[in-house]
Design a protein around this ligand. Structure first.
Ligand SMILES: Cc1ncc(COP(=O)(O)O)c(C=O)c1O
Length: 363
């Protein structure tokens, strides 16, 4: 079996152990005589999978009974629209941090809803255009916002919010690319969410953690599937949920628990640190994020300050050497190594030695 070292930003590498277990379960899930994909979402076998997945995730994030965990299709992108639809009522203001591409996408959707309802979107900080990229340190919060929204890790630019700011209103976090990758006080939030396809499981849904009382604030006039309360009240079983994705998510959460989350957090810092050390070792490489905001999940850099021909060569030769998907996002170019929880240390060492070798030949 030849598995590439997969640096894709998402869908991304999953733990090999989880994939192998899923393979073993694929045709006959633990003697049920059918795959998880084929069983009723109302049956007891699936129900056990569903409940355990939620319970393990809640345990890992330290969430109590006042929280619900929902599986919502449409990815993190649907959340950008669902959040203002539920919480930005007529005449209200919502605070948004623009930390980069994803922060800005959330803002665009909020503005659409605000325009329909004569509500306001207040940009409390804007560093989307900053190069090197960063997360803001100063925020211009409004007095009585309905909620505040931020993105804890900008996947494209590789800038991560290291400290969650104290906010007086309900805080909502897009944690698509750094959920469960480092120590976070999830209790600071009223809601946080992530497209599953990076640190949580396969693509096809967002995992949304929301305080039950906060979910109740949404208008009941919204279509049923656009209200958080539907997912909370029916435990994401109002309609047919993405059962296979939830099963793999649950297995991935069990893997995180088995590995020990603190252990994984330490490994994540170590893995990113090894790549940043090479980047900092010579002028051949340039990190694209301000040091104090460097992401441990998405390491971004350039060669010779943006020599595109050399970067192309690097990406192609790396691919041939089994280091896959190192191309930076199409909107910014450069190089990006996405190294989520499941990315193995051996892959980091392979990249580091490839970088050193490439510099020796092309420097
Ligand atoms: C930080 C962040 N937010 C939102 C999204 C959008 O996620 P989805 O593709 O699940 O809609 C992404 C996707 O890469 C992301 O990285």
């Amino acid at each position: 079996m030849a598995r590439a070292y997969n640096f894709s930003a998402g869908p991304a590498v999953l733990p090999l152990e989880v994939l192998k277990d899923a393979q073993a379960d694929l045709v006959d899930y633990k003697g049920c005589g059918m795959s998880v994909m084929e069983m009723s979402h109302r049956g007891k076998d699936y129900d056990a999978i569903h409940q355990e997945a939620i319970a393990t995730f809640k345990e890992l994030c330290g969430l109590g009974d006042d929280w619900a965990v929902c599986f919502i299709q449409g990815g993190a992108s649907l959340q950008f629209g669902m959040i203002p639809m539920n919480f930005l009522g007529a005449g209200m203001t919502a605070d948004y941090v623009n930390s980069g591409t994803w922060g800005n996408k959330a803002i665009k959707e909020a503005k659409k809803v605000a325009a329909l309802r004569n509500a306001n979107v207040n940009i409390v900080a804007d560093c989307q255009k900053d190069i090197p990229t960063r997360q803001p340190t100063e925020f211009n919060w409004s007095e009585n916002a309905a909620y505040a929204h931020l993105c804890t890790n900008e996947t494209i630019s590789g800038a991560e919010l290291k400290t969650i700011p104290d906010v007086k209103v309900p805080l909502i976090g897009d944690m698509s690319s750094d959920i469960l990758s480092c120590e976070r006080d999830y209790g600071k939030f009223s809601m946080f969410y992530a497209g599953a396809q990076k640190n949580l499981g396969p693509s096809g849904m967002a995992v949304v953690a929301i305080r039950k009382d906060f979910a109740e604030k949404g208008p009941e006039s919204l279509p049923t599937m656009l209200q958080y309360r539907t997912f909370v009240n029916d435990n994401s079983l109002y309609n047919t949920p993405p059962t296979w994705g939830i099963y793999v998510f649950g297995e991935t959460m069990k893997w995180v628990k088995k590995m020990g989350k603190e252990n994984l957090f330490k490994l994540n810092a170590e893995k990113a640190g090894r790549i940043y050390d090479v980047i900092d070792s010579s002028d051949f490489w340039t990190g694209t994020a301000v040091k104090e905001f460097r992401s441990n999940m998405n390491v971004t850099w350039r060669i010779k300050n943006g020599d595109e021909a050399l970067e192309k060569k690097f990406i192609e030769e790396a691919k041939a050497a089994g280091l896959s998907s190192l191309k930076g996002h199409r909107s910014v170019g450069g190089i990006r190594a996405s190294i989520y929880n499941a990315f193995p240390m051996e892959g980091i060492d392979a990249l580091v030695s490839f970088m050193k070798d490439f510099e020796a030949k092309n420097g």
